[in-house]
Structures are given as structure tokens and as C-alpha cells.
Design a protein around this ligand. Structure first.
Ligand SMILES: *[C@@H]1O[C@H](CO)[C@@H](O)[C@H](O)[C@H]1NC(C)=O
Ligand SMILES: *[C@@H]1O[C@H](CO)[C@@H](O)[C@H](O)[C@H]1NC(C)=O
Ligand SMILES: *[C@@H]1O[C@H](CO)[C@@H](O)[C@H](O)[C@H]1NC(C)=O
Ligand SMILES: *[C@@H]1O[C@H](CO)[C@@H](O)[C@H](O)[C@H]1NC(C)=O
Ligand SMILES: *[C@@H]1O[C@H](CO)[C@@H](O)[C@H](O)[C@H]1NC(C)=O
Length: 200
């Protein structure tokens, strides 16, 4: 009895997840986990430098996801891996105006923020974190000017955007639509996760 009801619940969770994410639910859980793990790793680094942890910035997450989505079309190999570890401003990213509009970010609040892409095949964890803490990116992590982070993933690409407390890099914007949507998605992921654990 117990096993049939729990396998039904499990099926339900995956069915819901499939509807919500429109793709492999397992992949979506993995992506959320990769982001959480990296953010924790970055905040561990912050703590070691005696700096406050990065707060998650929903609008920066939205743009980071869109940038990662494009980066995934580029091959990820050892050559590209090294050459992509270069911090950029949002204005140096192709189509940034379009992304800002989609994510409802006021462009006047993006100038001081920094975009940091990496490619790491399969998102192998220690290597992923090291690509931030042991490269030129470390200087941005170790800078109290940056207070927020938005993470985006697609396949082998991770994009981290660091935002500032000052208006010029806060990723503030008009309208709250995408913040609510992405918070809603996170809550759903957590709820589904709890449901899944509770039913195993
Ligand atoms: C890696 O990607 C670059 C850029 O497309 C390409 O020129 C290079 O041949 C690739 N190297 C390997 C080892 O696949
Ligand atoms: C990539 O960067 C690492 C660390 O800086 C270096 O040890 C390695 O030789 C580089 N690899 C290539 C192919 O440039
Ligand atoms: C952004 O800054 C420009 C120039 O400073 C200004 O003209 C424009 O009104 C600002 N846009 C918003 C939405 O605040
Ligand atoms: C970054 O990741 C690449 C794999 O894409 C790896 O070869 C490289 O060693 C990593 N760099 C550091 C500094 O960990
Ligand atoms: C981080 O920044 C502080 C203050 O600028 C400096 O003292 C420290 O050496 C830096 N740490 C690293 C690992 O670069």
C-alpha cells in the first residue's frame, strides 16, 4: 500500500515539474542545485574575506539566465574555458538591451554591475567554484562594493552577475513582474523538493 501511494506521489511530482518547467524535471532540479551550490561556495569565499554574503538578485538571475542561454551555443572546451574568464559590463554583452527589457531592468541601474561567465563541462563542482575564486574574478568577489548576485545556467555555461548596493549597479527596474515570477518558480522548486523528500 505505502509503496504504491508513494510511487503515485512521485509520478505526480514529476508530472507537475514537467508541466511547470516544460523540460526534463531532473535537469531543472540539477540546475537549481548547481546554482545553490555555487552561491554557497561564493559566499564561503566572501565569509573567508570577512565580507557579507551575496544576496540573491532576482533580476540579475533573469538576465544571467538569458546570457547563459546564448553562451551554450558556443563550444565549451579547454581553449574557450580559459578565454572566457573575463569580467564584462552588461553593455558589452550582445543584445543586453533586449534582455534588460525582458527582465524589466532599468539600464541606468546596470553600469556598475559585472558579468562573469565560465564554461565547465558538466558543471563539476570544485572546478566551477575554482573558476571564480582562483581566477581574475576573485578580485570582484573580494570587493565590498558588490552585495548581490544573480546566477544563470545553461548546459556547460554558468553566468554570475554581481550587483551593487548603489543605484548604478543595483539592477533595480520598472515593474516587479519577473521578480515575482522567478520567486514563484523558486518557491515551487522548494515545495516540490520537500514533497519529494517527504514521499521517499
Ligand atoms: C574549442 O573551441 C574553439 C572555438 O570554437 C575551437 O576553435 C577549437 O578548435 C576547440 N578546441 C577543441 C580542442 O575542441
Ligand atoms: C588555462 O588556465 C590555467 C590556469 O590559469 C593554466 O594553468 C592552463 O595552462 C591554461 N590552459 C590553456 C589551454 O591555456
Ligand atoms: C536613464 O538615464 C538617462 C540619462 O541620465 C535619463 O535621460 C533617463 O531618463 C534615465 N532613465 C530612467 C528610466 O530613469
Ligand atoms: C576552470 O574550468 C576549466 C574547465 O572548463 C578547467 O579546465 C580549469 O582548470 C578551471 N580553472 C580553474 C582556475 O580552476
Ligand atoms: C581581499 O581584499 C582585502 C582588502 O582589500 C585584502 O586585504 C585581501 O588580501 C584580499 N584577499 C584576497 C584573497 O585577494
Amino acid at each position: 500500500m505505502a509503496s504504491s501511494s508513494s510511487s503515485f506521489s512521485l509520478f505526480g511530482v514529476f508530472a507537475i515539474a514537467f508541466l511547470v518547467f516544460g523540460s526534463s524535471p531532473v535537469l531543472s532540479f540539477k540546475v537549481e542545485e548547481d546554482k545553490e551550490n555555487l552561491l554557497q561556495g561564493l559566499n564561503g569565499y566572501r565569509q573567508a574575506q570577512k565580507l557579507p554574503p551575496f544576496e540573491k538578485n532576482a533580476k540579475a538571475c533573469c538576465i544571467a539566465d538569458k546570457i547563459a542561454d546564448v553562451d551554450k551555443d558556443h563550444p565549451c572546451n579547454i581553449t574557450t574555458a580559459n578565454s572566457t574568464v573575463t569580467a564584462r559590463h552588461l553593455s558589452q554583452i550582445a543584445n543586453f538591451e533586449h534582455y534588460a527589457e525582458k527582465c524589466k531592468v532599468d539600464l541606468n541601474t546596470t553600469a556598475d554591475a559585472i558579468v562573469m561567465p565560465v564554461c565547465v563541462p558538466d558543471m563539476v563542482e570544485p572546478m566551477l567554484l575554482a573558476n571564480y575564486t582562483q581566477t581574475q574574478y576573485a578580485q570582484y568577489l573580494n570587493n565590498s562594493k558588490f552585495v548581490g548576485a544573480g546566477l544563470g545556467v545553461d548546459v556547460d555555461w554558468m553566468v554570475v552577475i554581481l550587483t551593487t548596493a548603489e543605484h548604478g549597479g543595483s539592477f533595480a527596474g520598472s515593474g516587479a513582474g519577473s521578480v515575482v515570477a522567478s520567486m514563484g518558480a523558486s518557491v515551487l522548486v522548494v515545495l516540490l523538493g520537500l514533497f519529494l523528500v517527504g514521499n521517499l
